[in-house]
Write a protein of this length. Structure first.
Length: 363
């Protein structure tokens, strides 16, 4: 018997958490399991992805690379870990690069304060709280980032963030991953532009060989950039604004693919959010860059994306609403119920899914 999403426990059963990368379990990245939802559900390995796409389809990927965005410090004498989510200011005078390129920015960041055990900080935070960081650096809290929530704060860093993360940073992890893994485990084959606080993990199972298999089978690949913020599930807030860029070349490929009858396959919720942000009411994608505050869901379905490659998201995560916007509520419920019943693993080191929207579920 399957379990509906609304019957999930508040906390995912511990045995469903992927506590280590698949490489530690003796698997290659593209050997994780993949549930494919077309007009039926099938169980596959991620390496079999090309068998489920067609010549003329377009796979859109996120080329944002993951920062070592966690730094240890102390607050009021308690050991804490500071998560740097995204920078807020344009480059300082003389710095190179546009405002949405990491590096050379002044010191305002969106941050999250957590314990060293990677759980939510247990005390109330207030403007003026100062986190002591390595080598005399500090982060001073100014005000909450999102209206009505106090998990994420705007903070002023006293040190160059490029130096701070390069010297003392490590990848953000949560309590379901007890061991600290090196930054190489948090890369994707598409990551080129540093800026994501957390890995755009839907792309983690891709390998260079798999990319070649897709291209040689007639499936095109195009990039967007969306720098992810922190997504700890405890907050319950809607998705934070995030920096993105959809280049003209990708917009053109998306529109040409749709016009020719091909399908747009987004690698992850980040790609979906970026593409749908730039789409007009007719589903035409336009080049754009800046911040997106778009929240997709049943009341705002996807206009552009026909299918999504995704990891498995925890109960209550806002990402689930976005999946419904692409694949429909019934499709997402069936896929998640089956994944729960058949032992799929969750989170960034877990298994994968390929979910198609109702109009794109041809085999």
């Amino acid at each position: 018997m399957t379990t509906a999403l609304n019957e999930w426990p508040d906390v995912l059963p511990p045995e469903r958490n992927a506590a280590a990368p698949p490489e530690a379990r003796g698997l290659a990245r593209d050997e994780v399991r993949m549930l494919v939802a077309t007009d039926r559900l099938t169980h596959n390995t991620f390496r079999e992805l090309p068998q489920h796409l067609h010549a003329g389809d377009l796979v859109v990927v996120n080329n944002s690379a993951t920062l070592a965005a966690a730094v240890d410090g102390t607050l009021d004498g308690l050991p804490v870990t500071l998560h740097l989510s995204t920078w807020l200011n344009a480059p300082v005078d003389g710095a190179s690069g546009p405002p949405d390129t990491f590096g050379g920015c002044d010191g305002l960041w969106v941050v999250e304060v957590r314990t060293r055990e990677r759980t939510p900080y247990p005390r109330d935070l207030h403007p003026g709280n100062e986190i002591q960081l390595p080598q005399g650096a500090t982060a001073t809290l100014r005000e909450p980032w999102l209206p009505g929530a106090r998990r994420l704060w705007i903070a002023e860093l006293s040190a160059d963030p490029t130096w701070l993360l390069a010297t003392h940073g490590y990848p953000i992890t949560y309590s379901y991953v007890p061991q600290r893994w090196s930054p190489s485990y948090y890369t994707t084959v598409f990551g080129r532009i540093p800026g994501s606080a957390e890995m755009p993990s839907a792309a983690r199972p891709f390998t260079q060989r798999l990319v070649l298999d897709l291209v040689t089978s007639g499936v095109a690949i195009a990039p967007i950039t969306l720098h992810t913020g922190v997504s700890s599930p405890e907050g319950g807030e809607p998705p934070s604004p995030e920096r993105f860029a959809v280049p003209a070349s990708t917009a053109r490929l998306v529109n040409d693919t749709k016009a020719a009858g091909g399908r747009i396959i987004a690698v992850g919720t980040t790609v979906t959010r970026a593409l749908e942000t730039t789409a007009d009411h007719n589903g035409i994608v336009h080049p754009a860059r800046g911040w997106t505050e778009l929240v997709l869901g049943p009341q705002h379905p996807a206009r552009v994306v026909d299918g999504i490659i995704t990891g498995w998201h925890a109960p209550g995560a806002s990402h689930l609403e976005l999946l419904v916007a692409v694949a429909g509520e019934a499709g997402v419920h069936e896929a998640y119920a089956t994944a729960l019943d058949t032992g799929y693993l969750w989170h960034e080191f877990g298994d994968s899914a390929l979910l198609f929207g109702p109009g794109a579920r041809r085999g």
